[in-house]
Design a protein around this ligand. Structure first.
Ligand SMILES: *Cc1c(COP(=O)(O)O)cnc(C)c1O
Length: 376
């Protein structure tokens, strides 16, 4: 059967490898497991499995809103933030619209955009950094081109001659897979420069892990910018990747627009219960943060001792360049008992991304890292 033309340009999602008898540090999951309160809540919710869940997501929206400090009408929950991305695309992207995405970033922005026949302008990331002015140049913001930056590359030559402003720009901060975060002033610069009808989608999947006080927190800016949509997830610090819950924070008008494409029961009842309970488990979040801080220090020290030069991360993973092909390095580490992420599919064929694990997990990782280090 002939499928839509756009599907031939879409590559299947490459997930972090899971392997029998190996630890998994390839998908940035919480190494402590799920929040114990969430497990309890799911057990209780199982008794109600024969009843459709609350399709309006009233309690979940209220619980998220209280934790973020906004009103419930500013929250749009999804089956993972992946679904929120697809809902955003389905709400705002017409065929031929142009969107702006960093060259080395999470694949789901391009997936959502292509699904709706959108053209993609990739922003070059010299030194693996996403520069605000490069984003603005790619977005077609006049003025940005004249400040001496290199012009944006595009996968579509036609886009280069298009003067029309981009429909959306995607900013992942802290960025997956580099871990590098936007500062507050960088984000403010982009928000102030783009036209009000260009959406700015900020993916904050790892925001809870950020330690640098300069790191941008976009959630606080949603009130001031009706074109800003911030994405958060329960898959990382809340330890609920399998439950599939994420959400957008945006102006109430954006939320009601996106609600028009939302399936009636997009977040299932067990997942709703898990997420609400996890939001109340401050002790678990705190423990997760402490584990991450300690693990980050240890992995940095280890990598530097072995002659690697890790990028500065604000997330729960560390990215670094290896000697030679990343896939081969990842295979060697897997043979030592841990799967990590080779970043070939992110356009970084010589970089690895390693999730920050517990001390016991890092003990195992250490063997793998020593095996890929250049002999001294
Ligand atoms: C893990 C991750 C997410 C979370 O996606 P879910 O669909 O909520 O599990 C979102 N964005 C980025 C960049 C991620 O790495």
């Amino acid at each position: 059967m002939k499928v839509r033309r756009t599907l031939s340009e879409m590559t299947p999602y490459v997930a972090g490898e899971r392997r029998k008898n190996a630890l998994k540090l390839s998908s940035n999951e919480n190494p402590l497991g799920p929040s114990p309160r969430a497990i309890e809540a799911v057990r209780s919710a199982l008794d109600e499995s024969h009843i459709y869940p609350d399709g309006a997501l009233t309690d979940l929206r209220a619980a998220i809103a209280a934790s973020v400090g906004v009103t419930p009408d500013m929250i749009i929950p999804g089956n993972g933030s992946d679904e929120v991305l697809t809902m955003i695309a389905g709400t705002y992207f017409n065929p031929g619209d142009r969107v702006v995405i960093g060259e080395h970033t999470f694949s789901q922005y391009a997936f959502a955009a292509r699904l709706f026949d959108t053209r993609i302008t990739r922003v070059p990331m010299p030194n693996l950094r996403l520069e605000p002015d490069s984003i603005l140049t790619a977005a077609g913001v006049s003025g940005a081109q004249n400040r001496g930056e290199q012009s944006a590359m595009t996968s579509d030559p036609a886009a280069q001659t298009t003067a029309a402003a981009a429909r959306a720009v995607f900013i992942c901060t802290p960025n997956n897979p580099t871990g590098i975060a936007f500062t507050r002033s960088e984000l403010q610069h982009v928000l102030d420069a783009v036209p009000s009808d260009t959406l700015v989608v900020v993916d904050h999947a790892y925001q809870e892990y950020a330690e640098d006080p300069q790191t941008a927190d976009a959630g606080a800016l949603v009130r001031d910018y009706p074109n800003l949509i911030v994405l958060r997830t329960f898959s990382k610090i809340y330890g609920l990747a399998a439950a599939r819950v994420g959400y957008g924070i945006a102006h109430p008008d954006r939320v009601s627009e996106i609600d028009r494409v939302r399936l009636p029961f997009n977040v299932n009842g067990l997942a709703q219960a898990a997420a609400i309970a996890a939001l109340g488990d401050d002790a678990f979040v705190q423990r997760s943060l402490e584990t991450n801080r300690a693990g980050k220090r240890r992995i940095y020290a280890l990598l530097r001792e072995l002659g690697f030069d890790p990028l500065p991360t604000e997330a729960n993973f560390v990215c670094f360049q290896v000697n030679g092909d990343a896939k081969r390095a990842a295979e060697t580490i897997a043979e030592h008992g841990v799967t990590v992420r080779a970043l070939n599919s992110f356009g970084l064929p010589n970089h690895l991304r390693v999730t920050i694990g517990t001390d016991e997990q890092i003990d195992v990782l250490e063997g793998g890292l020593r095996a890929i280090a250049a002999p001294k």
